[in-house]
Ligand binder design. Sequence first.
Ligand SMILES: Cc1ncc(COP(=O)(O)O)c(C=O)c1O
Length: 399
Amino acid sequence: NLPVYLHILVGSSKPNFYLFASLNVLCILVPADLLPACNSELTTLTFLQEVMDILLQYIVKTFDRSTKVIDFHYPNELLQDHNWELSDQPQTLEDILLNCRKTLKYAIKTGHPRYFNQLSTGLDMVGLAADWLTSTANTNMFTYEIAPVFVLLEYVTLKKMREMIGWPGGCGDGIFSPGGAISNLYAMLTARFKMFPEVKEKGMSAIPRLVAFTSEHSHSKTMSHPSLVGSGTNSLWSIKTHPKKKFVFLDTNKKYQMHVNKGFVPFFVSATAGTTVYGAFDPLIAIADICNKYRIWMHVDAAWGGGLLMSRKHRWKLNGTERANSVTWNPHKMMGVPLQCSALLVREEGLMQKCNQMHACYLFQQDKHYDMSYDTGDKALQCGRHVDIFKLWLMWRAK
Ligand SMILES: Cc1ncc(COP(=O)(O)O)c(C=O)c1O
């Protein structure tokens, strides 16, 4: 179909001739000969169509149960048997295609019916299509002017996610981040800022010593976050779990008082809804009661289990999440959205903005002619931010 396709696209009267001429030249042309080079439309379309064919063949093979999940080689074999080095000379387009084929030959087929790996849920076709579109649009999430539709989709989807959590009218805030560990870090930073706003300018020396609580089965990176926040890993108290791997706060009053007596300020509890290894759900309602009693920020790490909020049958496991101050929810886990797609949702609107904003005047000019609350970049820790929303939004629409 390619000749016809090219014929329609470029309006050529001799599509076959142009096509074969283009295919032949892929072995002498280099990527600099593609768009935006002059008169390169046909070569570019031919090249991209070839790439697309490689991808489509790989996808069909991926779902073929009789193929290998991976053509596994040890690192030294892969390194020695192929030339992966970067040279000073550009490769031809033909070589570029060979690189694509070779990379997929040794890739693991994550959509394969026999592929099972930690927290991975296959390869969704609509999500993949959305990812291709996202890469084609190739933009950044920091301002509305350069990502108008994506910013709006993020706004709409985050609101819907907050509604599903149970925050009235979907109120609150949120952001898509580069993964659940970073979303959890956002939560801890936001909680610390809420309790001690002066920390933003004056740092940890201006505030008391902090202590946080989580279960011994919470995610490994949650254990490391206090070192990033500046209170040190010793300031995270890991709570023993009962045999079902759930968080138990047996002697809460004693524990709380013990830390307060030592001069610590408990500021953060991270409950887990779907622990990484056992898939256990902490007793969120009991934890919410404790956090409420001691006025501690309650975070729910639902990176894994958040997908159950979409299930009429299983969503009760997250009862109590609606009382949390913040929630991490990774659609790239249970919901099968292509990597990566993780959201942090915060109940109080505006807090993330206050916590992280630095007013970069080259991005967030104050005289823009649209509602600048749609410039979401200043509430992020990052400056540039990848568009992770489109694959989630399109998959949601498709199901
Ligand atoms: C409960 C939980 N929280 C956080 C994370 C970290 O998520 P990510 O890998 O997206 O950083 C994981 C990942 O396995 C997890 O299971």
